[in-house]
Design a protein around this ligand. Structure first.
Ligand SMILES: Cc1cc2nc3c(=O)[nH]c(=O)nc-3n(C[C@H](O)[C@H](O)[C@H](O)COP(=O)(O)OP(=O)(O)OC[C@H]3O[C@@H](n4cnc5c(N)ncnc54)[C@H](O)[C@@H]3O)c2cc1C
Length: 283
């Protein structure tokens, strides 16, 4: 059943102060609306008060300094894919943004909405995990910064408090010498929610792995770093037996579920294959 529109109210907050008042009154932020409108259309959005945050300057834009890059919560996928510094320093984010929905969604959907929605199948979190991003949350009480690894607490659960907005994401450009790898497996190349996906980074010196970070999405209640596999691979010279062992460790680490998009068995096998594809490419 479709939603009955008079059950909802909608305001525009032009400043952070107006947004904080809206939050205090119990209203919910509305950015690109690409997640919220799907629920509305399906009659699954509880009647509530919403406020548009798109005009709030502090949440907009990509800013760079020598030490870091800051992506405002309202940064769209199209802005991410077209940004030269993100292309050169954080190519996994460009590659994942390029595979979100299709162009219309990429022009409208925001990084803040993707993170706040906290779906395990969201495309940006695995990349943010391997780049060890920080997330900045803002409220009347001020700005607080968390390691992104600490933000997602479970399926659709996160650290965001009722009076907070996602302000921005901070990334440090420390990965110029790394291999960057991204792979999303869904039913189609576009307009597909993933069955599994991998974001991975590695720095290799004379065939020895000096640094490695691997994250998967759609295989657990949140995107996950594969720390046991990383620990096993660090310092190793890659060989067919090392890759085989890494795949075995991954299968001990992961317990993906069956759902409407795929089976746990398929997700596990394909995740192992993606890990192998990545490792074969860096050796
Ligand atoms: C056809 C279609 C295809 C899609 N394909 C993909 C896909 O392939 N991969 C993928 O990952 N996603 C996909 N999505 C989901 C969606 O586009 C993304 O999750 C998007 O990034 C959400 O951002 P938004 O600005 O539209 O969020 P909104 O819908 O405005 O908000 C989503 C949630 O985040 C909250 N929120 C938004 N901004 C903030 C903020 N700054 N602070 C606090 N809370 C906030 C809202 O209150 C709401 O709960 C698809 C959606 C559609 C409709």
């Amino acid at each position: 059943m479709r939603a009955y529109l008079p059950d909802y109210s909608f305001h525009r907050a032009k400043t952070l102060t107006e947004a904080f008042s809206q939050l205090e009154a119990g209203a919910k932020p509305f950015a690109g609306g690409t997640d919220i409108m799907v629920l509305l259309d399906a009659g699954a959005l509880p009647p509530d008060n919403y406020f548009d945050i798109l005009a709030i300057k502090e949440l907009q834009g990509i800013r760079s300094t020598k030490k870091a890059l800051s992506l405002g919560a309202l940064t769209t996928y199209s802005e991410i894919r077209n940004h030269k510094l993100i292309q050169s320093n954080f190519p996994i984010l460009c590659a994942s943004a390029r595979e979100v929905g299709a162009i219309a969604i990429q022009n409208r959907g925001t990084i803040g909405g993707n993170i706040a929605n906290s779906s395990p199948a969201a495309d940006l979190p695995p990349g943010l995990l391997v780049y060890e991003a920080q997330i900045n949350l803002i409220s009347k009480r001020g700005l607080r910064t968390l390691d992104y690894t600490k933000f997602h607490l479970g399926y659709k659960k996160n650290e965001l408090q009722k009076d907070e907005l996602i302000h921005s994401i901070t990334l440090k450009p420390e990965f110029q010498k790394h291999h960057h790898f991204w792979r999303k497996v869904g039913s189609r190349r576009s307009q597909a929610i993933s069955k599994t996906m991998i974001a991975a980074l590695a720095k290799v010196n004379r065939k020895r792995i000096e640094d490695i970070r691997i994250a998967l999405g759609s295989v657990a209640p949140t995107a996950v770093r594969c720390l046991e596999v990383e620990t096993f691979l660090k310092g190793k010279i890659l060989s067919p037996s090392t890759i085989l062992e890494a795949k075995k460790i991954l299968s001990r680490d992961l317990h993906p579920i069956d759902d409407i998009r795929s089976t746990g068995k398929y997700r596990l096998i394909v995740s192992q294959n993606m890990l192998e594809e990545f490792l074969c490419g860096i050796g």
